[in-house]
Design a protein around this ligand. Sequence first.
Ligand SMILES: Nc1ncnc2c1ncn2[C@@H]1O[C@H](COP(=O)(O)OP(=O)(O)OP(=O)(O)O)[C@@H](O)[C@H]1O
Ligand SMILES: [Mg+2]
Length: 561
Amino acid sequence: MSESRHGVFGIDLGTTYSVIAYVDETGRPTVLPNGYGEQVTPSVVHFESDAHVVVGQAAKETAVVSPADVVSLIKREMGNRDYNRVFHDRNYSAPAISSLILEALAGDIQRAGFDISSVVITVPAYFGMLEKEATRQAGELAELKVAAIVPEPVAAAFAYGLGEGAADETVLVYDLGGGTFDVTIMRIGKTSIEVLAVGGNHQLGGANWDEVLFNHLLDEAVKEAGDDALRDDEFVTQAAWNDAEKVKKALSSASSRAAIVRHSGGSAKITVTREQFEGLTAHLLEQTVDVMQRTLEEAERLHPGVKDQLSSVLLVGGSSHMPAVRAAVSTALGREAKLADPDLAVAKGAALYAAGLAVRDIILPDHDSTENLPLPVESLTPLQEEKVREVVGGLLPEAALKLAERTVSNVLPKAVGIKLVDMSSPDWEQNPEEHAYVQHLVEAQTPVPHTSPAFKAGTVSANQDVIRIEIWEQAGESAGRDVQENTLLKHGDICDLRPFDLPANSPIDIFFNVNSEGLVQVTALEPTSRKEIKVEAKIQLLTQAQMDEARRNLSGLTART
Ligand SMILES: Nc1ncnc2c1ncn2[C@@H]1O[C@H](COP(=O)(O)OP(=O)(O)OP(=O)(O)O)[C@@H](O)[C@H]1O
Ligand SMILES: [Mg+2]
């Protein structure tokens, strides 16, 4: 046995708080506390100097005194290619900033005496492709081996130990975190988790509740002090922001709470009752219930009978602590919703998932461990058993096999397709952009992996060498075909057509292959020659050059909690 233990870890990289967990010697998923002994670490990054970055509670507190050096809620920017912040003369993208959070968490793992073999990082089920890839890139920048990117509600279901009974369970997970809201409807059996439908809003979370309360505190303080200039005082506003979250949390158990807003002219004491708070934020809660109802209808449309089969409603995400959430969800669905370890379930489930993947990797070393292959063995060979012990500690071999046996099948959260020009309009050639639209080739809620049926694209001129295709993803909640309602993921070229000497208007068959993690790859086939023309269309937020630049900018910078 070596000195430091190897291990696989689950990381819940949250908008507001992050959590790491692993499977301990007794086989139980366990949260690994950070350097301060806390189970959750604020996802806040303080660029202290050109060599040091501080992550966590200390960074969150620094935000009050030097807000310009601190980044919060970075997860909301993960799909944003244009996001850039400059600290100490260096540029940082969203994945680069997230990688610093991961690096700090990894440091805590190492200080606890572990070598990290691999990690599973969770993302909201409703994350699009760019955001998922950005998360993987953040892991790479932090020099972690990312075994998988897993939807948070699926991880939560793992942690909740569902599907142990004789019959399949149909479960709705309502996940209201700090920055995102997700609904997932799943069917859970002994060896499989099948996602039936997902919905959500990744700009809606506890931070929005904080914002409402923050505005209320500030309004009241301004009224009491009779000084409108308080609104522009960074120290007052940052302090009020932190107070808002404290008051909100307190109101989950207390019926009223006072906050003291200090300012240069003195201080203002503002008391907020739970009733008042619930009134001020009712519109936010309503939005989540609307999305939940719509997603359930969608699941019913795709899988008739699901609504009647619903066997449990689980509430996860820290914001589910608000009593109004449980009440509203229970009322809307006409059944009791249960709080399911809302702060830690995702990380614990990710740890179990990571352990399962590691075991799969030992048994099926030549396969991508996220492929849903049945396991060919009932028991482990002594050598396999030894390897299992190395990565998942004291997990009993039978328990390890049970974890590894579980397969997860997912759906694509957002429709994807290609941009086309409506050639039926007479003036399309003068102004093709005006007549462009997005043709969705794979609809939202399609089970993945999936290969779309051939879509025929045509060459425009004789002996054309290149066809450019653009891959677009639905941006909002509904899948409209207007370009504005979609996000460009990537463009790719079908190159080297010249040798085929194709006449104008020759069809090219385009296939969208979506893998089990929801990542798209595009292939094109020239039907007469049956030659396959690959399009380099792996979707990534940062290009190779941007990744290299990020590595350079991150080198020499150490991050810790
Ligand atoms: N007792 C409580 N009452 C109300 N809100 C709470 C309570 N405890 C935590 N929260 C809120 O929960 C949110 C954090 O939840 P969680 O850690 O699940 O989110 P996250 O993982 O950071 O975000 P996301 O999952 O959206 O990326 C914060 O907004 C926090 O203020
Ligand atoms: Mg979360």
